[in-house]
Design a protein around this ligand. Sequence first.
Ligand SMILES: [Ca+2]
Length: 364
Amino acid sequence: MHILQRVAVLAGIAAMFSGVLGCSQRGPEGGADPPPLGVSGAPIEFEAERPVEVLPLRGRTPASQNLLVNGDFSGEDGQPLQGWEVVDGTSAGVEPTGLEGARALAISESAEAAVVRQVVELVEGARYWLRGYVRTENIEGGARFVVLAPGHPGVFHEAGTEARGDTWWSPVSMEFEALLPEIEVQLTVDASPSGSGKAYFDAVELLRLDEPVPPNLLRNGSFEAPTFSEHWRKVEQFRVEPSTEAVHGTRSLKATVRSDTDLDVYQWVAVIPGETYRLSGMVKTQGASGPVQLEVRDAQRGWRGFIHSGEPIMESPDWIYLSTTFTVPSGTEALAVFLRRPPGEESEAGEVWFDGYRMSPTRN
Ligand SMILES: [Ca+2]
């Protein structure tokens, strides 16, 4: 590609960013960027270079500026990675191959997962849009954005590229609800035993969507009340107790089950027929592998009236996000909302922890 063509592409990208992202008044610093250099130092040529796709908000409006500090890696006062923490063992820095401004974050591939992270305060129950751009160079694994609970390794949400080798800047985005007052955003490059490539990240934004925060219809959804029977019930005989192994607040619910235990903790919630709701929270297991899932049933007529089950998770020693969305049929005005692990061949004895449950009307 001729330099002039590249200048045109970069100018187009800059125009798109200034129009769409709306939070950068700068153009590319110093005019046209030089062609990106590979690991060997030689310029990289891309077979099908094209203007970068603009990330849409799908007709929705951001209600905030970028909540991430230094999402374009321009830094200040000689600290290009200001606001970001490079996790021990990760090789990362800024390099002049950026989309927005002149620099991008570069993370080297290594035998362990390479991680650069930042913790952000959020509003519980609000919805957020995490987006940015990734370019890869000679990598063997993937490069991705990950959202998780600070201090807990379980992945809540992730989005990224599985592309190997060299790829031009590509948009990455995901939408999520905040179940915690703060989350950790990680920019990661997958572990690769023999990998020596790099992934570049730039124009990373976390935006709150301009939607009211719906009320949580569950009571004691975080199990902070000292007794389990505060709003929750169970059918079968199995042990439940408050646990200090919490991811939301200071307490969670711990259930100890046998392989043949039908773990079914529930509470009743009044609902509006025809309305769509999201039920979500966090779970972890120790032993007790088997399908842990969320389930709702008609409170008066039982499963014959209405039943919906979310996607199960089979096992997770770390807190992970569990969620399902459903529409209440006509004739159903109350639901039994279940946290479940049914008995069966796939189910084993052990412990299951639940924390931070929330049910709200949603338009998604
Ligand atoms: Ca809690």
